[in-house]
Design a binder for this molecule. Sequence first.
Ligand SMILES: Nc1ncnc2c1ncn2[C@@H]1O[C@H](COP(=O)(O)OP(=O)(O)OP(=O)(O)O)[C@@H](O)[C@H]1O
Length: 345
Amino acid sequence: MSILSLTHVNKKYSQAKDFAVNDVSFEVAEGEILALVGESGSGKTTLLRLIAGLEHPDDGVISLSGQVIVEGKKSVPAHERKVGMVFQDYALFPHLTILENIKFGLDKKLPNKDEVAEETLRLVGLKEDFSKYPHQLSGGQQQRVALARAIAPNPKILLMDEPFSNLDTVLKDQVREEIRQIIKKTGITAIFVTHDTRDALSTADRIAILHKGYLQQIDIPKNLYEHPVNAYVANFFGKLNVMMATPTKDGFYTSFGFISDPEASKYHEQVRITFRPEHGEVVQREGQQLIGRIAKASYFGDHQIVKIADSEGKRVSIRTNPGRSFDGQDRAHFFLWKYCIEEAF
Ligand SMILES: Nc1ncnc2c1ncn2[C@@H]1O[C@H](COP(=O)(O)OP(=O)(O)OP(=O)(O)O)[C@@H](O)[C@H]1O
C-alpha cells in the first residue's frame, strides 16, 4: 500500500530560470526505502523539502498516509506532517547528552519521554552511551543518534538528506548496512537523497533518478542497472557498452562478429546491443563469436578493464579478473553472457 504519493509536482524558485522539480509523480509503499539520486542541482533536496513542508510547490498534490498534505495553495504545516528528518551534518545539540538530544524532539506532553528515548537509543545500538555528548561519539554513532532522534516521535515517514556523505569510505559500508537494518527493523518508510550510486544500489529497495528536475526512472536497483530507460540513466550507473547490430533469422551481425541468438528473428531493422563491462567475458580459445584488437588493459586492483576495438577503432570495455595477463597478445576473443537489445530508431 502506498503511504506517500506525489502527483504532477512542480517547483520553481523565485529567482530561478528553470524549474527545480518538473512534473514529478511517484508513490512510495509502506515500509519501503527509496533513494533519490541525480547529479548536483537535479532537484533531489528540493523534492525532499517539498515532502517535509520546508518548501511549497507551484503545482501538484502530495498525500501522506491517506491525507492530502499539499494541494494548490493549501498545505499542512511542516510540524504537523509527522515527518522525521535526518540532516547531512546530523544537527545534534553539542551541549546536550545524546539522551537529552532524543528527548528534545519528543512531544512535551508525552508522559514516558525517558522510556521512549532510551528504547530508541537501544534500538540503534547505543544502549551504553546515554550520558555521552555528541563529540564523544564516532561519526557513525552520531549518525545513529540523528536517526534515533528522527524516529523516536514515531513519524509516518523518514527523510534523510545525504546521510552517508560525512563518513569515510571504510566506515560508510558498515554504517549503510546498520542504518538499513535499523530502518527495516522499525518498518518505517524512508526516503534518502544521495549522489553516490553505491549508497543507492546497496541500501534502497527502489531508486528514483532525477535529471534537471525531471524524474527519469524509478525502479528496483537491478532493473535500473540492467534495463535503464535512457542513456542518462544507463551512464549514471557506470559504463554501458553499445554495439550496432543487424538482425538475421538466427543472430546479429556486429562489427566484432556474429552473435547467435534466435531472438534476432523478431527484429527487422538495425538494433543497438547494450551491455555492462561485467556482462562480457574474454576467453582464451578461438572460435567464440566475437573478436577485436586489444586497445588497452587497465588494472584496478580487484579487476581489470580490457578495451577491445573493432576494425574502425570503435571500442567496448570488458571486465576481467585482475590476474589475467594480456602481454604480447594483440587480439581478444570474447562473448556476451548478458545484453539488451534495443530498436535503434
Ligand atoms: N533556495 C533556492 N533558491 C533558488 N534556487 C535554488 C534554491 N535551492 C535550490 N535551487 C536551485 O534548484 C535546483 C535544484 O537544486 P537542489 O538543491 O534541489 O538539487 P540537488 O539535486 O539536491 O543538488 P545537490 O546534490 O548539489 O545538493 C538547482 O538549480 C539549484 O540551484
